[in-house]
Design a protein around this ligand. Structure first.
Ligand code: UTP
Length: 438
């Protein structure tokens, strides 16, 4: 434990970045917008969406792409007593988040006839249960050698007023995972980067376990990243309101970066372009392409991933040896954020996707306005209805239909498999083998 670092972090809590000043200098990020992607013309970057897709397909055919999933979070808002990856989110199948992600990776690997390794990051909070769950389920059909499990680091949690270390039990400190930005250090110390080098993996598709809509290894996204010679490319969605609860992509001093919604001044967020659209339209959904070279280089960039302090309610053991259950935030947790790497990346860019095609994160317990299990399942069902209807299948309006990624990974695969003119009138799970009706 680096106590000096910890005391420096406690002292620095008050010295916050002047986000308002930064935001006032910001410009919109360099971006490939959805309209440009949907047209057949060259974008301002000099290539078409089709050319990007072909480039991405080539990288996948050559086996140069791996997948990096972070699944170390505590999932405190969800109120599920197991790691989030085990949550049975499939609206018909009850498949877990982990199963859905792994089936997408297997389906992409099958399509390109090349294995796609999964680097899966746990934390001490999730490692034991998540690893055991995968083993019990035979890694959901993925070859064991294609899954590299590794664990992120932790940071001590301190009292928000005194800076004292907190205890979890009489002989253990209260520790918490060091944030998704802990991925970079953990990739190096676990040997994951070495494994990527050995396997010839040059690019990584990064996402977080809680979003079952993520289009894992989307060839077009990979292609834009490669054609731009970008070290870090991010997927974005267009915000609906000036202050949506997502990070804002901005460009400051010709560097791409994210300003959290809570730090983004309302007047800047409300700025509009001449045609009435939001000037700062690009919301982050935590989906990125990283070049492995860049990840390795970022290890030596001192200060590239600073710690951020968050005030949280932490039940711990007090001085008298009794459990203290605060009703106000009483502690500081220190976390690193993976997106702090953005300003350090060469040719970083943003690619816009439609929200309904890529983003429905499971964050909250029932009753919240969004990002609950019910909200996520609604998105999943809508997406699958859309794919089937576009393929000429009639789907009764209120019927739940779920498609396993192994049956069809995207709308183009649905169009190939489906028989136009047929109808689905009852709850259905389309999966490998015979379609199952519930
Ligand atoms: P969140 O910040 O939403 O945290 O993480 P969370 O753990 O899912 O939920 P809350 O805030 O406690 O309710 C976004 C993603 O980053 C991963 C999580 O697993 C999640 O997929 N993450 C977060 C890590 O892998 N490690 C961390 O230390 C923090």
């Amino acid at each position: 434990m680096d106590l000096e670092q910890l005391s420096r972090l406690c002292e620095a809590v008050v010295e916050k970045e002047d986000w308002a000043e930064l935001a006032r200098r910001a410009e919109p990020p360099p971006a490939l917008r959805l309209n440009a992607r949907r047209g057949h013309h060259e974008s301002e970057f000099g290539w078409t969406a089709k050319q990007a897709r072909q480039r991405g397909e080539q990288a996948l055919d050559e086996g140069k792409v791996g997948v990096l999933m972070t699944a170390g979070g505590q999932g405190s808002r969800l109120g599920f007593d197991r790691p989030k990856g085990l949550y049975p989110i499939g609206p018909v199948s009850g498949a877990s988040l982990l199963q859905i992600h792994i089936e997408k990776i297997r389906a992409a690997a099958r399509r390109h006839q090349k294995s796609i390794p999964l680097y899966l990051m746990n934390s001490p909070v999730t490692a034991e249960e998540q690893s055991a769950f995968l083993a019990e389920n035979d890694y959901f059909g993925m070859t064991e050698k294609d899954i590299f499990l590794f664990c992120q680091g932790t940071m001590p949690v301190v009292d928000a007023v005194t800076g004292d270390l907190l205890l979890a039990t009489k002989d253990t400190l209260f520790l918490s995972p060091d944030g998704h930005g802990g991925t970079v250090a953990a990739l190096a110390t676990s040997g994951a980067i070495e494994s990527m080098r050995e396997r010839g993996i040059e690019q990584l598709f990064y996402f977080q376990v809680d979003n079952p809509l993520v289009p894992i290894c989307d060839a077009e996204f990979i292609g834009h990243h490669l054609k731009a010679k970008s070290e870090l490319t991010s997927m974005a969605v267009a915000k609906k309101q000036p202050i949506d609860k997502v990070g804002n992509f901005v460009q400051i001093d010709r560097r791409l970066q994210i300003i959290e919604y809570s730090d983004f001044p309302a007047d800047v967020a409300a700025q509009r372009t001449e045609d009435g659209a939001l000037q700062f339209w690009a919301g982050s959904i935590a989906v990125h392409m990283f070049s492995v070279d860049f990840l390795e280089r970022s290890l030596s960039l001192s200060g590239a991933l600073p710690f951020h302090a968050a005030r949280k309610k932490v039940t711990h053991l007090g001085e008298e040896g009794k459990v203290v259950q605060p009703n106000q935030p009483n502690a500081l947790k220190f976390e690193r954020f993976i997106f702090d790497l953005l300003p350090h990346a060469q040719n970083a860019l943003v690619v816009e996707y439609a929200e309904e095609d890529c983003f429905a994160p499971l964050k909250n317990a029932p009753g919240a306005e969004r990002d609950t299990a019910e909200y996520v399942q609604r998105f999943m069902i809508h997406q699958h209805h859309r794919w089937l209807q576009e393929a000429g299948i009639q789907v009764a309006r209120d019927v739940a239909v779920e498609i396993s990624p192994l049956w069809a990974l995207d709308e183009r695969e649905v169009a190939r498999r489906a028989t136009p003119g047929t109808a689905i009138n009852q709850t259905t799970y389309l999966c490998e083998g015979v379609p199952r009706s519930a």
